[in-house]
Design a protein around this ligand. Structure first.
Ligand SMILES: NC(=O)c1ccc[n+]([C@@H]2O[C@H](COP(=O)([O-])OP(=O)(O)OC[C@H]3O[C@@H](n4cnc5c(N)ncnc54)[C@H](O)[C@@H]3O)[C@@H](O)[C@H]2O)c1
Length: 439
């Protein structure tokens, strides 16, 4: 039967290797969750690839398949995990330490978790200052370390016989850096690796190793990583899809729900104060001003882009926006995020909204990891390469082509994602015009 697909999908059969730098709270919650779902011990709540549907054609047609039945995604049964960490704990021990999931649930998936031993990490205390561990590679220079990572990946592939792979960064947030000389071209970057250039971060060495082997890369943290001309050039050269940055989970998720609503109603804003307490290892790392600065940048950028103060100076030209993260160990992974929103309405009359989100960071992040892995693999099999803007939905600071502003409005992001899936399969895009219903 002729297909109307706009892309040619390579088959989803065979195993998919999931390569994860960072075996901490997010990644173990993701892996334990996948194992639990496979055994019928829980539902993949929060995952678009597992639960969401996509409407096709007209509203009168009643066609709304599950996304996973509409596009050929890898199956959860076919995922194989590989991780690196500076600590030696296996995934079972790390999940127990993270204390996100019930010990009773972790026991039920103990066997597959215990088999995941973190490989020695590429680590540099200049980039993550608050933690240190023994499971770290030694090498003559950064190129040596990149080659060791490529060897790790080849060995994993030989051992597990995975057909395809995706890498997703779930490691700690690195200190804030902007692109420098060494990031301006692939040639300079490779010279920098040889010469141990201090501007090359560990996350960039992982990304280089993955891209060099033709493996898609997603960045779950706010680190610079692939947001540089050098690594974009490598992704293009190898025809590999990439996306980032920084999973959109707790407070920023809420912000991208509320802010588009206020703007849709042309309500003004004078201030938005956001503060958080959290006590997990991520919170400890973010207690360092350098790492916090990376996070602050991605968290602050959201409002400006959504509100477009240049178009609406009388409503959004003078917004005081402040974001704080406080390390508070008693809370562990159960973060509390407060928002105080000072807004104004008709004739400038002031109003307030208070939000207190008692969330669970890793419970919100785990389904995003799953969706990103499956969608990046899909994009790769569909021959899509470079920045995958249609995956902006999952990120606080979506990567976009140079010269474009990122789209932060979560509803526009979702429409873009679903329209991309429709486009892949040659279905009509949904514009919401709908005049034909009234002819
Ligand atoms: N949980 C969320 O809601 C959320 C949202 C957005 C972004 N993130 C980001 O995701 C990342 C993971 O979060 P988490 O809560 O799992 O943190 P975590 O501290 O529990 O886990 C991170 C792990 O990375 C390891 N690590 C650090 N540098 C490494 C390196 N160079 N190579 C290999 N391993 C390394 C650490 O030892 C640690 O075990 C963080 O950067 C966090 O900011 C999390």
């Amino acid at each position: 039967m002729p297909t109307k697909d706009n892309v040619r999908f390579a088959p989803a059969g065979g195993k998919l290797g999931v390569l994860i730098p960072g075996l901490g709270a997010v990644s173990t919650t993701f892996i334990a969750g996948v194992e639990a779902v496979k055994r019928g011990l829980g539902q993949p709540v929060g995952s678009l690839t597992q639960l969401a549907t996509v409407r096709l054609g007209k509203r009168t047609e009643g066609r709304a398949p599950l996304i996973k039945d509409f596009v050929p995604l890898a199956s959860l049964d076919d995922l194989e995990f590989c991780a690196w960490d500076i600590f030696e704990d296996n995934a079972y021990q790390s999940a127990r330490n993270a204390s996100v999931l019930d010990p009773a649930l972790i026991e039920k998936v103990r066997e597959p978790l215990e088999k995941i031993h973190p490989i020695e990490a590429v680590f540099d205390r200049e980039y993550v200052r608050r933690i240190n561990g023994p499971n770290v590679k030694e090498g003559r220079n950064k190129m040596d370390k990149a080659e060791m990572l490529m060897e790790d990946i080849r060995q994993f592939q030989a051992r597990t016989q995975v057909k395809r792979m995706v890498m997703i960064w779930c490691g700690s947030t690195e200190v804030f850096h902007t692109p420098s000389e060494v990031h301006q071209s692939l040639k300079r970057f490779e010279r920098g690796l040889q010469q141990n250039d201090p501007e090359i971060a560990p996350s960039q060495i992982y990304a280089y190793a993955a891209l060099k082997l033709g493996i898609p890369y997603a960045n779950g943290a706010p680190n610079l990583t692939t947001d540089t001309p050098a690594l974009l050039e490598l992704a293009r050269e190898k025809n590999v899809p990439i996306c980032g940055k920084d999973f959109k989970t707790g407070q920023t998720f809420i912000k991208t729900l509320i802010a588009p609503g206020l703007k849709a109603r042309m309500l003004g804003l004078s201030g938005w104060f956001s503060t958080n307490i959290l006590g997990n290892r991520d919170g400890e790392v973010l207690d360092d001003p350098g790492s916090f600065k990376s996070k602050e940048e991605t968290k602050l950028s959201v409002l400006d882009q959504i509100l477009q103060p240049q178009l609406y100076p009388q409503l959004y030209g003078d917004v005081f926006h402040s974001v704080r993260i406080n390390y508070y160990p008693p809370r562990g992974d159960a973060k509390e995020g407060w928002d105080n929103i000072d807004l104004f309405g008709w004739l400038g009359y002031p109003m307030q909204i208070k939000i207190d989100f008692l969330c669970r960071d890793s419970i919100l992040a785990a389904p995003l990891v799953l969706d990103l892995v499956l969608f990046l693999d899909l994009a790769h099999r569909a021959g899509m390469h470079g920045i995958q803007e249609w995956l902006s939905f999952f990120f606080k600071a979506p990567m976009v082509a140079p010269g474009l502003y990122p789209e932060h409005d979560i509803f526009i992001q979702l429409m873009k994602l679903k329209n991309t899936l429709r486009w892949m399969r040659g279905e009509d895009l949904i514009t919401h015009l709908g005049l034909e219903y009234y002819d």
